[in-house]
Write a protein that binds this ligand. Structure first.
Ligand code: ADP
Ligand code: ZN
Length: 440
């Protein structure tokens, strides 16, 4: 764990620490404006609201949100590329797109206002992770249609930091620049940060020789154990940051240095948790699907966007003084869920088993297959260098241990395959951890 004193800096205290009553007022006002904008400009919304008999005037407060129809990724595909714009095309100054890890591409259009909103929320995230104008921030998220690179870049510029726009890849050069320039903060996916950390060790550089103090890591699920490992590897405070292209990109929610969940930027995004099957809203504390409504965007606002991300909300006050609710780590996606012989399996469950064990690294791969109509799950796990040189008996014991632990957590039998260190391909962006070979 870090011994560095905890800095508590807040970028926009007026918005981030507003009373819940005042926030509700503001959300309701902004929601009314967004609903009107959508109804008047986007045929899909108008059609769906008319079909439900809902008029913009019916939506008065945040409580009326539940009367609105949902929107989801398939709608963005069907309306690709400009069908959901609420602003004239001439007002759109930027396009971003999803990395397409889950299917056909989707794009989102941003007005100047939308880029400004997004920039501000990332500035808040970087500030919460201890960032300011004296920092040197290395952005190792990919630049391009993917929102990670430019998103972090804009936020870092906004707080007046010195930005190093490395983009992803070219690990040796990343490390060289990090060391020579005295980079203080790193922004990339947690899996790439771990890989950078491991590579730094291999090059014989110790974290003390670097000037790194913290980082904002997101764009893919990770675990508390991965955080501990990353913090040790790089000698930093590692904060989580969440976002998605449809809503703006990274910065929708972010962790403060309390590291007890991510504050949702509720003055810009209303968050709901629903039961993915009944579609009914769930109370705080219950696990369900995240749904976001943007209330300050003008290019392609989203009303009740179903993210497919599974998570829990926490409205307990935070030590940092921010009043915005926090979301826990994403524990899975309704569509990433593997159904193996009828059992729902989330990769995060397997990960939680692996990261708690000595002798294995946080790199793994799940391979699903169907043999003679029976589903098989193989879990490939990388051994650490120390374990790799251990006796066969010990390695076998570790394998049995993993198999048993997975069985007790997930409830299914798996084949555990222990592989040599560094043999699972590393990703420079989002890690790919599932290969499903079943032809169903
Ligand atoms: P896609 O990956 O579908 O192409 P995006 O690049 O917009 O699209 O990624 C958004 C998704 O990435 C989110 O819906 C979520 O599943 C995942 N994600 C982003 N940040 C985090 C995070 N901090 N923790 C877990 N998952 C995250
Ligand atoms: Zn906080």
């Amino acid at each position: 764990m870090r011994v560095r004193p905890k800095e508590n800096k807040i970028f926009n205290p007026r918005m981030e620490c507003m009373s819940r009553d005042e926030l509700r007022e503001l959300q309701s006002k902004r929601l009314r404006e967004t609903v009107k904008l959508e109804y008047e400009n986007v045929p899909l919304y108008r059609g769906r609201m008319d079909a439900r008999g809902v008029k913009p005037e019916d939506i008065k407060t945040v409580d009326d949100l539940r009367f609105l129809p949902f929107i989801e990724k398939t709608d963005l595909r069907d309306e690709f590329p400009f069908g959901l714009l609420a602003a004239p095309k001439s007002e759109i100054i930027r396009i971003h797109g999803s990395s397409g890890t889950s299917g056909k591409p989707i794009v989102s259009g941003y007005t100047q206002n939308d880029v400004d909103v997004w920039t501000e929320v990332v500035a808040r995230a970087l500030t919460a992770a201890g960032g300011g104008k004296d920092d040197i921030i290395q952005v190792a998220y990919g630049y391009g249609l993917f929102t990670g690179g430019l998103g972090a870049h804009q936020g870092a510029t906004k707080i007046g930091a010195m930005v190093l726009p490395m983009s992803s890849g070219n690990t040796q050069r990343q490390i060289l620049m990090m060391k020579e320039l005295g980079v203080t903060m790193l922004c990339c996916t947690p899996s790439y940060a771990t890989f950078l950390g491991e590579s730094i060790r291999e090059m014989g550089i110790s974290p003390e020789e670097l000037n790194l103090k913290s980082g904002c890591f997101g764009a893919e699920p990770w675990s508390e154990e991965m955080r501990v490992n990353l913090e040790e590897l790089l000698g930093i405070d590692a904060c989580d940051i969440y976002g998605l292209t449809e809503i703006c990109g990274p910065g929708v929610a972010f962790e403060c240095l309390e590291k007890q969940g991510m504050h949702v930027n509720e003055d810009n995004f209303i968050i709901e948790i629903i039961d993915p099957v009944t579609e009914e809203p769930l109370p705080y504390g219950q696990s369900g699907e995240l749904v976001f409504t943007t209330i300050t965007k003008t290019g392609m606002p989203m009303l009740r966007y179903r993210t497919r991300d599974i998570c829990r909300l926490n409205d307990a006050p935070c030590e940092c003084g921010r009043t915005h609710v926090r979301m826990d780590r994403i524990t899975g996606r309704t569509d990433d869920m593997l159904v193996i012989s009828g059992v729902n399996v989330f990769p995060s469950q397997i990960e939680s088993v692996l990261v708690g064990l000595d002798g294995v690294s946080p790199h793994y791969m799940l391979i699903v297959d169907r043999v003679k109509s029976k589903d098989k799950l193989e879990v490939q796990v990388e051994l650490t260098e120390e374990m790799f040189s251990d006796t066969v008996a010990e390695i076998e014991k570790l394998r049995d241990d993993i198999k048993e632990k997975i069985k007790s957590v997930v409830g299914i039998n798996t084949k555990v395959h222990l592989v040599p260190p560094k043999s699972i391909p590393r990703s420079e962006g989002k890690a790919k951890r599932i290969t499903d070979n079943r032809k169903i």
